[in-house]
Ligand binder design. Structure first.
Ligand SMILES: [Zn+2]
Length: 683
């Protein structure tokens, strides 16, 4: 070897470190020869005079990319060992490529020069302390880097050129495959096809990615594995929200060829570690977009619609998609006084309201109002139904045809699963019959497999039956025409969900504005249709149910007049005798009259006769608790009777007060002083 003479006893007394590195897992898997060669370096170290136990192999970086800044524990360990002076020589396949960056190699060489560490590769032995060796290493390192750069440039240019022509082969999403000629075609597997089509159908139906996840709750979804043990194989699993988004946002399903949807971006941590991450580019910045490149599941227009719908669902970006609540104009109503959107408030479940959102900021203008949702909704719905004249029926029928189509597809998926299971079972049966009878062990395991396949088939058949059963029968076309003609009926049908009503509303109405209105009992509503036309309505505010249920004024008048002098029970009788009823149409009782007294601040007559006081008053005069007074009344020590309103009335005079006071003074329980003065009987 070149320069073997540079190795001295000083070096051989220390460690020989073999540093192994292979950029990626693929290289490790596929270039085993290189790895073997690297391990061969240990033998080389022994040949050059190091004791076998002094040869250390650092291979923790095998399969860790040498590209910028990826933390590599092995290299860090190598530098650490060199700095501590325990290393006599570093062995590597090519010293100049120990690290991918020149800076790292230069640093390592600097430390090696200080600690008199040799660098050894297949070409020879280098002493970093020697200026010539250092220059040689530096040049090799620079040339290596340039070489890499040129290679990467060429590869990139070729790749980009192929991509511009739409010929760069990229991994395809599940549902699309390459045929023998290398063209992209729709996966011939009908079950896979059905699953992909149903994702798009479910998104159209539910309008949200989570809706699609729910629709697939009991179904499985195919996944094509890339890399790893399962590379290229189809696997079935749960459909997750992220995967729904992946399918909806992948332009490949719309027949488009796209290159550069994602770009890598580097980020440097404070400690100098560089992270590389993928960032999605906006559609306008895709470097290559070739429409109608291959057959797709949806059209490009449909793809754009889906994209818009997904964007409209992103509430954190200010979108306000239709929700499940009953307030019809949720999300599209604005305050005409300050211009802010109105919030839908469901504080009281039965009576939602629209509130100007300025209210939270305390920035309301004087005409900012909140309004009962029903006031606006009823007027708007009436306007909407009037606008939907029978010429729209044709549109509704077209929608109905699409529903029928979807309906067939749902059970089609189950049918395909049965077909597949049947095929598998037949194949297992064939394999079982084909085996020679004397080959008993094989026959047994094949029989078990056949049985398992039969069980799967039975399961799939059950699932198909269930899918067919749970689907409600669809009405015929004539029936649908009849239904479409009766749109108001459909609108109010309990089976029509609020979300559907809102969707229908939003297909025709762009937004609603609560216009400034000085009359507090009236509401002015502005409707802007998608066609650009506008309507203005003025309606009376809905009456609060509490107000509507209030007792009629003759009864209130009578209570106001007689209340202060007539006991409550008697008053109820008088009201009933006069033929009056409560707001609910029920006869008056004590509670109802008490409620009117409370609402209109009408006092009850004084219950106590001359010379009588209440329990509370007695307790106050004696300076004891009311409990004591109740006890005395219950045990007959104090006279009392029930007055009006079932109150206890206590006849009171100086004599009674005196007697009570004595009772307290003598009581050991009520008066601790009395207890202490009593003679003690026992010692
Ligand atoms: Zn406002």
């Amino acid at each position: 070897m070149n320069g073997e003479g540079k190795i001295t006893r000083v070096h051989r007394d220390r460690l020989a470190v073999v540093y192994l590195r292979q950029s990626s897992m693929v290289q490790v898997r596929e270039h085993t020869e290189s790895t073997t060669r690297q391990y061969g370096l240990a033998e080389e170290a022994v040949r050059l005079g190091w004791a076998r136990q002094d040869v250390v192999v650092i291979d923790t970086d095998l399969g860790v990319s040498g590209r910028w800044g990826v933390a590599r524990a092995g290299f860090t360990e190598l530098v650490g060992r060199v700095c501590s002076g325990e290393v006599g020589a570093i062995f590597g396949i090519e010293i100049s490529r120990l690290a991918r960056s020149n800076a790292e190699v230069a640093r390592l060489m600097e430390f090696a020069a200080i600690t008199e560490t040799l660098l050894i590769d297949a070409d020879g032995v280098y002493d970093p302390a020697d200026v010539n060796d250092r220059m040689l290493l530096g040049m090799k390192s620079t040339i290596g880097e340039v070489e890499l750069h040129v290679m990467a440039q060429r590869l990139h240019a070729a790749k980009n050129a192929a991509a511009q022509r739409g010929e760069l082969r990229t991994p395809l999403p599940v549902g699309l495959v390459y045929d023998e000629a290398g063209d992209v075609v729709i996966d011939p597997d009908a079950e896979v096809q059905a699953a992909i089509r149903d994702v798009f159908a479910a998104f159209e139906q539910t309008g949200s990615a989570y809706g699609v996840v729910a629709a697939f709750a009991t179904r499985r979804f195919p996944l094509r594995a890339y890399g790893g043990v399962w590379a290229g194989q189809l696997r079935w699993g749960k459909l997750t929200h992220a995967r729904v988004l992946g399918v909806l946002k992948n332009p490949g399903y719309a027949g488009a060829y796209v290159h550069g949807r994602y770009t890598s971006r580097r980020r440097v941590d404070p400690d100098g570690t560089v992270h590389t991450g993928l960032v999605e580019r906006p559609r306008a910045e895709w470097p290559v977009l070739i429409k109608d490149h291959h057959p797709g599941y949806i059209t490009w227009e449909q793809f754009l619609l889906n994209e818009a719908k997904l964007a409209a669902n992103r509430t954190n970006a200010g979108a306000r998609p239709p929700r499940e609540g009953s307030a019809l104009c949720q999300g599209i109503i604005a305050c005409g006084s300050c211009g802010k959107p109105m919030r839908t408030n469901y504080h009281t479940d039965a009576r939602p309201s629209y509130e100007c959102s300025s209210r939270a900021d305390r920035l309301t203008t004087p005409t900012c109002r909140s309004v009962a949702a029903s006031t606006v909704d009823d007027a708007v719905a009436e306007q909407l139904l009037a606008a939907l004249n029978p010429t729209e029926v044709a549109l509704a029928l077209a929608a109905a045809d699409r529903v029928t189509d979807r309906h067939q597809r749902v059970s089609r998926a189950a049918e395909l699963a049965v077909e597949r299971a049947r095929y598998d079972a037949e194949r297992a049966e064939r394999a079982f019959h084909a085996v020679e009878p004397e080959n008993r062990l094989v026959a047994r395991s094949l029989e078990a497999r056949w049985e398992a396949k039969l069980a799967t088939l039975a399961e799939a058949e059950q699932a198909l039956a269930a899918a067919t059963d749970t689907l409600p029968p669809l009405p015929g076309r004539a029936e649908l025409e009849q239904l479409a003609a009766d749109l108001p009926g459909l609108w109010h049908a309990p089976t029509t969900s609020n979300k559907d009503r809102k969707r229908l509303l939003r297909t025709l109405i762009a937004d609603i504005t609560l216009l400034p209105e000085t009359d507090h009992d009236k509401v002015a509503i502005g409707i802007r249709w998608h066609t650009g036309a506008t309507d203005e309505l003025r309606v009376a505010r809905a009456v609060h149910p509490g107000t509507a249920k209030r007792s009629p004024s003759p009864a209130v008048e009578m209570v106001t007049r007689l209340g202060p002098t007539t006991p409550t029970a008697e008053l109820a009788n008088i009201l009933n005798a006069a033929g009056l009823t409560t707001g609910h149409g029920r006869p008056f009782d004590v509670k109802a009259v008490q409620w009117i007294r409370h609402a209109y601040h009408i006092p009850a007559p004084v219950a106590y006769a001359e010379g009588e006081i209440s329990v509370a008053q007695a307790a106050e005069r004696l300076g004891c608790s009311t409990g004591v007074i109740y006890y005395w009344i219950n045990t007959g020590q104090l006279d009392a009777h029930r007055g009006s309103g079932h109150r206890l009335c206590i006849p009171w005079n100086g004599q009674i007060q005196h007697a009570c006071n004595r009772r307290i003074i003598e009581s050991g329980h009520l008066n601790p002083a009395a207890r202490r003065s009593k003679p003690r009987t026992r010692r």
